[in-house]
Design a protein around this ligand. Sequence first.
Ligand code: NAG
Ligand code: NAG
Length: 802
Amino acid sequence: MRRQVLLFVSVLSLSSVAGQVSYSVPEEMAKGSLVGNIAQDLGLDLKRLKSGNARLHVGNSAEYIELDKDRGVLLVRERVDREALCRQTTPCALHFQLILDKPIEFYRITVEITDINDNAPAFKTKSMIFEISESAVKGAKFSLERAFDSDVGLNGLKSYTLNPTDNFHLKLYDHADGGKEVEMILEKPLDREKQEQISLLLTAVDGGEPQLSGTVQIHVTVLDVNDNAPVFTQSVYKATLVENSPKGTLLTTVSATDLDHGSNALVTYSIASIIDGITDLFEVDGTSGDVRLIGNIDYETSKHYQLDIKAKDHGGHTDSCKIVIDIIDVNDNSPVIDLMSTTQTIREDSAAQTVVAIMSVHDPDSDNNGVVNCFLRDNVPFIIKPTSDMFYSLVTDSDLDRERASEYNISITCCDEGVPSLSSSVTLTLHISDVNDNAPVFERSSYEAYIVENNTPGLSIFTVKATDADWNQNARVSYILEDSSVNGVPVSSYVSVSADSGVIHAVRSFDYEHIKDFHLCVKAQDGGSPPLSSNVTVNIMIQDQNDNAPQVLYPVQTSSSVVAEMVPRSADVGYLVTKVVAVDVDSGQNAWLSYKLQKATDRALFEVGLQNGEIRTIRQVTDKDAVKQRLTVVVEDNGQPSRSATVNVNVAVADSFPEVLSEFTDFTHDKEYNDNLTFYLVLALAVVSFLFITCLVVIISVKIYRWRQSRILYHSSLPVIPYYPPRYSDTLGTGTLQHVYNYEVCRTTDSRKSDCKFGRAGSQNVLIMEPSCTGTMQRIQNEKNILDEPDFDSEVSVYKNC
Ligand SMILES: *[C@@H]1O[C@H](CO)[C@@H](O)[C@H](O)[C@H]1NC(C)=O
Ligand SMILES: *[C@@H]1O[C@H](CO)[C@@H](O)[C@H](O)[C@H]1NC(C)=O
């Protein structure tokens, strides 16, 4: 340190009481440094100083200066710090007096302390913190804390500098207190997004030599302003969605970024689309940007969706993006079968390819999911024929037969080609209507029926039955006796056939001995239009009854003459006397005859062959044997019960004829008896013949009368007269007839018993009126009904050809 001693000697009044001397010394001089040569300056010698007991009077002030009486100089007693002593006051001086005694003198001494640059500018704080919005405009001022330099004058604070100066510059201006006010001016706008923290260094320098400086850090935090809009990472998002996806399915996540900070960077997402209903289908999570399904997606309704999403920050800045959603089809629709037109019933004789139904089939799914194939479930005689796109017709494929299947449940199934495939089906009930295509069929190709002779007329012999596979009227079978003749007589005089039941009745009593069998032809005809028919042959076998007694052919029985067999007395044992010959018109067992000896004059002499009727001797004839022998042989058939005949055989045991004659005269006593018998027989025959002729005449006249009547009916266009008995009423619906009809037949038979029989038939409902069939002697008891009721129901036909 350069020592500078400034000596001012004031001699304004060098009076004894007042002299003044001034010195100037810089501060911070070391202890013992010389301030000034006071003795010399005051013109005092060193002795006076000693004798005068020179001393310094500082009053209350600290003693910075001391007096060296020996050398007569002032020295620094204590280091002086100008800043401590005077702070900023200038000039800074120490005032004290030098006092001498004997005589008392005093001198005023002023020591001015001059400043040296020993203090650097300093800031009170270590750092300054600013928070400046990035929206601060250019020219915005920010006052900075001033630095302080306790030095004064040139050594005091001189200037500030700021570093770096990208955004700010400093502006200084004088303050009222003489210092410098310092402000930081915003020169270039801040951008938080570029630089959020700015560090500046403010340096204060003084004007001393060497220059001293002090610094402070300025921390500027740039405060965010919502000056950035959110930006989507993609302008278009693509998403695919399978239809029928469950609610909550995540489609995609949109994301927008905002360069701002904090709440200014908070983005919320929302759907901006204004298309109706789209917000019922999709939602976007406001914060996460997840786009989810909230509704039901149906590919068939819409195949694409476009969703506008808006991102918005809290400052109202927005951005938008699109989401293009493609819907993927799922096979969720079954084919729809629409029967447009159906037939309920078709005829069984319908030609192949007859259209039964027309239907349309469609499946709203796409691609294979919508490709439909139709087929029929069961094996039915129908096929599905595609007519045009989506239209199909159901046609018959082969011939139908109601008798095989009268009804079809046609199940139409349509499947699409999706995986898994969906199908649907409809069932169509089709009735096959009957056509008379089946003739009645008899159960057998021919029948054999048996009837025992001597039956009561009207007895039912047999029942033929034919079935018709058709339906209802087409299957209603009537039985008709076909005309033929048996032994030249129309068969209708033998049997009748009940039209609806097929019961064959005997019209007359049969005689096996007259007719053993015959056949008839029964036609079964259905009620279709035209009717179909078939016929069957019925062989009727008449069975024998033991109704004829054996007849003895030999020996001839006469009443007048006596015939006798001759047996010579010389005849041996086993001599064939004669042979009884008998016949039985019955047959079989009924005609199997056996011969027995019933009575004999001498039983020990003759025997009769059981089988052959031969009468033989069984012992030697002796002279004692009577000439006249009488044998009664009974001929018996084997019927049940058996019938028999007896024959008397006269045997003459003689060697000559005159001998016989003499013996046989007594045979004549039987003659009267025989004559009586002959008379009665002739009488009976006459009576019977008379009755027969009378009856015959009556019948023929009635028959002629009837024939005339029927000719009249025939010509009055009433050839066919179905006759129903009065009690046949409204039972058509049930198909049954009340067979309570009695008729009587009076006929002649050609049997030996010429009589008139009245028979009662249990069943008869077809009357055969045939003008030419006069041989059939049928008389209708209720013939009046025929004429009175001409309009019969045509249910049963009557056939006129014989
Ligand atoms: C057709 O269906 C009906 C009703 O289900 C049934 O009564 C009838 O028996 C069926 N017919 C055939 C031929 O299967
Ligand atoms: C009976 O049917 C046969 C064929 O089955 C036929 O040849 C014959 O002419 C028919 N007879 C009558 C009388 O209809």
